[in-house]
Design a protein around this ligand. Structure first.
Ligand SMILES: O=C(O)CCC(=O)C(=O)O
Length: 264
């Protein structure tokens, strides 16, 4: 599925781009699903507690969390996680013992510019000990799957496997909206997917409101066999534990959600 140089690039640079991973049929089906979700969220006011708002005013959004919640669930977007161009790539990068982590949407805001600060996921100030970073090179995969041309994601290649430099620390902690040394705009055409390490220094930047509908999914390596379960998953998203949902999953996704229910 992936060549050794691609896997190596993911480990070394913290990202790989798979061009034309999604077909026109996939793209159209996911766009229609997202249009329906956005109608429910923006027009009907559903799912409000799960939206990513531009600011505290709750009048403009840049993303939708928890898209498998029954109020907005779309089968096409559940199936998308099992798409061979997604799941086979994730398996090639981090193995077959997987745990669901998140499935969300990133969209263009409509009234206000979208620009979020530089950060690493799980550490807004960017400070993660080196050992932890090195242990995390192949323990998760996050992806942005573009349904329209998308140049919103900015990254610092290679920054996922080292502590912050002094220059990065200054930007990230003091002027987090300014240019970062060695920053790179990830340029995706509709149908391209970037797979990346979420500890890479990154930000989102779309000041013009350019049309954006992007799948933003993440999967983790599940804890080893024999690890005692906890209740974190069930507590945080109870709807993923419903028989209707679990029963409708494509067979390849079942273990990901079973592991999520066990380990959160
Ligand atoms: O807009 C983007 O692509 C970046 C999103 C992001 O950084 C995040 O969800 O933490």
């Amino acid at each position: 599925m992936l060549t050794p140089p691609e896997i190596n690039a993911f480990v070394e640079n913290g990202y790989i781009i798979r061009k034309n991973a999604l077909s026109t049929t996939d793209i159209e089906s996911y766009q229609s699903a997202i249009d329906r979700i956005l109608y429910k969220c923006r027009v009907e006011g559903l799912h409000a507690d799960h939206l990513r708002y531009i600011d505290g005013e709750r009048d403009d959004i840049w993303g939708v969390n928890n898209i498998f919640h029954p109020s907005i669930r779309e089968l096409a977007l559940v199936d998308a996680l099992a798409h061979p161009q997604i799941l086979d790539v994730i398996e090639a990068l981090i193995g077959k013992r997987l745990r669901y982590h998140l499935c969300t949407l990133l969209v263009n805001s409509e009234q206000k510019p979208y620009h979020i600060r530089w950060h690493r996921d799980t550490a807004a100030d960017g400070e993660i000990p080196l050992e932890q970073l090195l242990n995390g090179l192949r323990n998760h995969v996050q992806l942005n799957g573009a349904l329209y041309d998308d140049e919103t994601l900015y990254i610092v290649p290679g920054s996922h496997r080292r502590e912050l430099t002094d220059a990065e620390r200054k930007v990230l902690q003091e002027t987090p909206m300014t240019e970062m040394p060695n920053q790179l705009a990830v340029k995706l055409k509709a149908g391209d997917i970037v797979f990346y390490n979420s500890r890479i220094i990154h930000k989102g930047y779309n000041l013009t409101g350019a049309k954006r509908q992007t799948l933003h999914y993440a999967v983790l390596v599940a804890p080893p066999e024999g690890t005692p379960p906890n209740d974190k998953g069930v507590e945080s998203q109870a709807w993923l534990n419903e028989p209707n949902f679990l029963g409708s999953l494509p067979p390849r996704l079942k273990p990901l959600f079973d592991n999520w229910l066990k380990y959160g």
